[in-house]
Design a protein around this ligand. Structure first.
Ligand code: F6R
Length: 239
């Protein structure tokens, strides 16, 4: 694990965009794994500005998102597909993008076909991750065992609490999601994890210094050969 600590969230975004840009410049047909949430938003803004400046061409890039809520109506502004369009896809020339379909009738089958589609595209070259306050990656919540492939997951109460800021009330936060599994994430050829703010400091500390355990899912990343972690000072405060 290579760990960088930057003074500000803006620097994290610039550094993260630089790493993703280098990936695309070196392999224009890269398969990217992407994340939603507050953390990558400025990184996406940096990528959009590199695209607008004529530096980055996404036309051969394919992307797969980590996760999607189950059960939100089509076009709901807080669905992850809406988030990704608003914050990235509508502003770049992405070759293709996929998210798990949280409205699929057969969710188990949707998980299997999502996993297969990633494999058919040759696997993920670079996976971008945030980290939950509870140490989750994707929606792989703390538990007794690591998940393997894309799965239907029940959100932890701490995740529902953390995500209620995006909804009018806590009752509207979906309770379930489809998420790439820990196995899916670990199969990515390289991983870039970002964390911002003091609310992440404990999870970041446990990821880097604690035991490797499914109770802190991000800790498994220590056993991956190519992981870069970018933190602002607040998220690194306990290291
Ligand atoms: C998002 C995802 C989650 C978030 C995490 C942090 O697609 O899979 O694991 O990365 O919950 O969320 P933010 O960035 O909003 O703090």
């Amino acid at each position: 694990m290579v760990v960088h600590v930057f003074d500000t969230p803006a620097q994290v975004a610039q550094a993260a965009a630089a790493v993703i840009a280098a990936q695309i410049l070196q392999k224009p047909d890269s398969v990217l794994g992407l994340a939603t949430g507050s953390t990558p938003m400025d990184t996406y803004r940096e990528l959009i500005s590199l695209h607008r400046g004529g530096v980055l061409d996404f036309s051969r890039v394919k992307s797969y998102n980590l996760d999607e809520y189950v059960g939100l109506p089509d076009g709901h502004p807080e669905s992850y597909v809406s988030f990704m369009k608003r914050n990235l896809f509508d502003h770049i020339n992405i070759g293709s993008y996929s998210l798990p379909d949280g409205r699929a009738r057969d969710l188990q089958r949707e998980c299997e076909s999502y996993e297969q589609a990633i494999k058919d595209d040759g696997g993920i070259d670079m996976q971008l991750l945030g980290i939950g306050n509870n140490g989750h990656i994707g929606f792989n919540e703390p538990g007794e065992a690591f998940t393997y492939s894309t799965n239907l997951t029940t959100l932890a109460q701490s995740t529902i609490d953390a995500n209620k800021r995006f909804f009018d009330s806590i009752d509207q936060v979906p309770r379930q999601a489809l998420s790439m599994g820990i196995g899916t994430i670990m199969e990515a050829r390289s991983i870039l994890l970002l964390a911002l703010g003091e609310a992440k400091a404990q999870a970041v500390y446990q990821m880097i210094r604690g035991p490797i355990t499914p109770r802190l899912p991000a800790s498994i990343l220590r056993s991956h050969a190519r992981v870069t972690v970018m933190l602002d000072k607040a998220a690194a405060a306990r290291l």
